[in-house]
Write a protein that binds this ligand. Structure first.
Ligand SMILES: Cc1ncc(COP(=O)(O)O)c(C=O)c1O
Length: 461
C-alpha cells in the first residue's frame, strides 16, 4: 500500500527537453591558481597542443586547456543527448523510510542513457569532434564495460570504427557488455591482448594478468599512436571529459529548485573522476566563489583502490606502461594493479587532476568503502527504490546511506544528493556472488602500493 509520503510527496523531478544545458561548465575558469601543467613523458617539460595531436582532435585539445568558463555544446551533440536527457532526479522516499531517517535523499539517475551510465555524455561529444576532424577510427579501453559501450554507441551514431581494449577480468565477468559493444559495431578484445606491444609485454611478465585500466589505456594509446587513421578516446580523467559531464550538475541544480530544496551534501563515486565531476563541479563553483561555503562534496572510492585517500599527490603516468603524458594527481603508482573488484570502473591507479586539485585544496572530501558493505547498500537500495545500481554507483549509495543515518542520529536534517551513475544490469554476476556470500573484502594493499609508488617519477611541482 502506498504510504502518505509516496502519495503526497513528489518523487520525480523532471526537466523539459528545452532545459537541456546549452553549455558545458569549465571549472578551470574559477580556480584561484592554474591547474599544474601536463608534462611530456620523455622530457618532463610542459607539453603543447602539437604533442597531443596524434591522440586527440584539436577541438578537444583546445577544450583541455581552455580557461573559458562556459563552452557551447554543439547542436549535433545536443540532438543526440536529447535521446535521454535531461535525466531524472528522484527523491528516494522509500529508502528514506526504510532507513527511518529525517534526511532528504535525492539521486540523479544517469542509468537512463541507452548504454546505461553517464559515459555517453562525453562519448557523444568526443565522437562528434573526431568525425568533424575527419578521423575514421577510435581506439579506447574499458574497465566496467560502461565506457566501451558508450563509445561504441557514439561511434555508431557518427559512422566511426571503434576498437575497445576491455580489461580482462571484466571481459570474463561480463560477456553481455562485450556483445552490446559488438551490436553497436565495435571490435572488442580482452586486455592485456597480443594485439599491441604493451599488451605483449604485460603478458610475458604475467600470462594470467587480470588486466587493469592502466594496462588497457597503454594498449589503446599505442594503437592510436601507431596508426594514421586512429585517434584515442578516454572516458574519464581528462579535463574535457569531466567538463562534458557537467550537464549532470547543471540539470540537478534546476531540479532541486523544482523540489524547493537545497543540497547540504553531494556524493558520487570516483574512478577516474568524471561522474563525480559532472555532479560536483557546477556546485564546487559555488564553493570556489564563496557563494556556498557550507556544502560538503564527497568522492567515494573502493578501499582496495584508494587513490585519493591513500595515494601520493605527484606527477605520474596515466597508464601502466608509461606512454601517456605525466599529470599531477593522487596516484597509487602507475604499476599498481588493483584487486579484481566487481566495480571495474573504479580500478584505476590515479584520479582526474582537476578532482585532485580540489581535494588538495580541501574543497572536496573523499571516503573509501569496502566491497561487501557497498553491495549491502546496493541491495538495500534495490529493495526500496527498485533500481539495481552499478557496483561503481553503489559506492555513492553506501556513503549516502551512512550520511542519512548520521543525520538521523544527530537530529540535524540534511539534504543528501548522490549521482546514481549507472544501472547494474550487466553486473548480475557480482550480485549473485554477493547474495551467495561469496564476495570478499580486499585488504588495503599497503605493500603493493608502497612498491608501485617507488616507480612514480621523481618530478618536483
Ligand atoms: C557506472 C559507472 N560509474 C562510475 C564509473 C567510474 O568512472 P568515473 O569516475 O569516470 O565516473 C564507471 C566507470 O566505468 C561506471 O561505469
Amino acid at each position: 500500500m502506498a504510504t502518505k509520503a509516496t502519495t503526497d510527496g513528489r518523487t520525480k523531478f523532471l526537466l523539459d527537453e528545452r532545459d537541456l544545458p546549452t553549455k558545458w561548465y569549465n571549472i578551470q575558469a574559477d580556480f584561484k591558481t592554474p591547474a599544474p601543467p601536463v608534462l611530456h613523458p620523455g622530457t618532463s617539460q610542459p607539453i603543447g597542443p602539437q604533442d597531443l595531436a596524434p591522440l586527440f582532435p584539436m577541438e578537444l585539445i583546445k577544450q583541455e586547456v581552455s580557461q573559458e568558463r562556459w563552452i557551447a555544446i554543439p547542436d549535433e551533440v545536443r540532438d543526440v543527448l536529447r535521446l535521454w536527457r535531461p535525466s531524472p532526479l528522484y527523491r528516494a522516499r522509500r529508502l528514506e523510510k526504510a532507513l527511518g531517517t529525517n534526511a532528504h535523499i535525492y539521486y540523479k539517475y544517469e542509468g537512463v542513457s541507452p548504454a546505461g551510465s553517464h559515459k555517453p555524455n562525453t562519448a557523444i561529444a568526443q565522437a562528434y569532434y573526431n568525425k568533424k576532424e575527419k578521423v575514421t577510427r577510435i581506439a579506447t579501453e574499458t574497465g566496467a564495460g560502461q565506457w566501451g559501450s558508450a563509445l561504441a554507441m557514439a561511434c555508431a551514431f557518427f559512422g566511426l570504427q571503434c576498437k575497445v581494449y576491455m580489461v580482462k577480468v571484466s571481459y570474463q565477468q561480463k560477456p553481455y557488455r562485450r556483445i552490446m559493444m559488438e551490436t553497436w559495431g565495435a571490435q572488442v578484445v580482452a586486455s592485456p591482448s597480443p594485439d599491441t606491444q604493451s599488451g605483449k609485454k604485460v603478458l610475458e611478465q604475467d600470462p594470467n594478468s587480470p588486466g587493469s585500466l592502466g594496462i588497457a589505456i597503454s594498449e589503446a594509446v599505442e594503437d592510436a599512436a601507431t596508426r594514421d587513421d586512429t585517434k584515442y578516446s578516454l572516458g574519464s580523467v581528462l579535463n574535457h571529459v569531466l567538463m562534458h559531464q557537467t550537464v549532470i550538475g547543471q540539470e540537478t541544480k534546476k531540479q532541486l529548485e523544482k523540489a524547493d530544496d537545497e543540497a547540504d551534501i553531494l556524493i558520487a563515486c570516483a574512478g577516474g573522476g568524471s561522474n563525480f565531476a559532472g555532479l560536483a563541479f557546477p556546485y564546487a563553483a559555488d564553493k570556489l566563489t564563496g557563494r556556498n561555503k557550507k556544502l560538503r562534496i564527497i568522492a567515494v572510492e573502493p578501499s582496495a583502490c584508494p587513490s585519493l585517500t591513500k595515494g601520493t599527490y605527484a606527477y605520474d603516468f596515466g597508464d601502466t606502461v608509461g606512454l601517456t603524458p605525466l599529470v599531477k594527481m593522487h596516484t597509487l603508482g602507475h604499476g599498481f594493479v588493483p584487486a579484481p573488484l566487481h566495480a571495474g570502473g573504479l580500478r584505476y591507479h590515479g584520479m582526474a587532476p582537476l578532482v585532485c586539485k580540489l581535494y588538495d585544496e580541501k574543497v572536496i572530501e573523499a571516503v573509501a568503502v569496502p566491497q561487501i558493505a557497498t553491495f549491502q547498500a546496493a541491495v538495500q537500495f534495490a529493495r526500496s527504490e527498485g533500481i539495481i545500481p552499478a557496483p561503481e554507483s553503489a559506492h555513492a549509495i553506501r556513503v549516502a546511506i551512512d550520511e542519512a543515518l548520521r543525520s538521523k542520529k544527530e537530529g540535524k536534517r540534511k539534504t543528501i544528493v548522490f549521482n546514481l551513475s549507472g544501472h547494474g544490469h550487466f553486473d548480475l554476476g557480482a550480485y549473485e556472488a554477493h547474495l551467495a556470500g561469496k564476495l570478499q573484502d580486499y585488504e588495503y594493499p599497503a605493500e603493493k602500493i608502497a612498491e608501485a609508488l617507488r616507480g612514480v617519477p621523481q618530478i618536483k611541482g
